[in-house]
Design a protein around this ligand. Structure first.
Ligand SMILES: Cc1cc2nc3c(=O)[nH]c(=O)nc-3n(C[C@H](O)[C@H](O)[C@H](O)COP(=O)(O)OP(=O)(O)OC[C@H]3O[C@@H](n4cnc5c(N)ncnc54)[C@H](O)[C@@H]3O)c2cc1C
Length: 123
């Protein structure tokens, strides 16, 4: 939302999630905001990359732990595609030799179960 004079009220350097949240609140308050980002995409560390063809993942922030619920509500993030869900399994760690590691959260038991899957172990 632009102000009446057309002047810029705030310039935010960096379109990480903190910069974007600040810009969102300022814009909702009627301020004219410009966000400058050096990369070719917004989101900072909370973005998506494709390190291997066909696998899209966040290089850093892979859980929504630091995004406060009131921000999700105030900025109506669900209207823009925000969705949070419990991952199951929580983590999959493949090893170059074909072995892998699963971290799985068992809701009923309220504890973590770690599954080491060593494919080459004798049966
Ligand atoms: C390994 C790792 C794992 C993490 N895991 C999680 C997680 O699971 N869940 C979670 O909630 N948080 C996680 N975090 C923390 C989270 O990534 C940070 O809290 C969050 O990214 C901080 O957001 P920010 O907007 O302050 O900075 P950043 O995300 O770092 O964004 C800064 C932005 O500013 C841009 N920028 C910098 N300088 C300039 C400039 N001079 N001109 C233009 N643009 C500029 C950068 O390109 C970048 O886009 C993790 C962090 C790390 C390092």
């Amino acid at each position: 939302m632009a102000n009446q004079s057309g002047q810029i009220d705030a310039i935010i350097i960096g379109a990480g999630h903190n910069g974007l949240v600040a810009a969102g609140y300022l814009a909702r308050a009627g301020k004219k905001v410009v966000v400058l980002e050096q990369r070719d995409r917004v989101g900072g560390a909370c973005t998506l990359e494709e390190p291997f063809p066909g696998f899209t993942m966040s290089p850093c922030a892979y859980v929504v732990s630091l995004l406060r619920p009131e921000i999700i509500r105030d900025l109506e993030l669900h209207r823009y595609g925000f969705d949070a869900y419990i991952k199951d399994p929580q983590m999959f760690v493949p090893y170059p030799d074909g072995n892998y590691l699963f971290f799985r959260f068992l809701t009923g038991l309220q504890k973590f179960l770690t599954l080491f899957c060593w494919r080459n172990l004798p049966q």
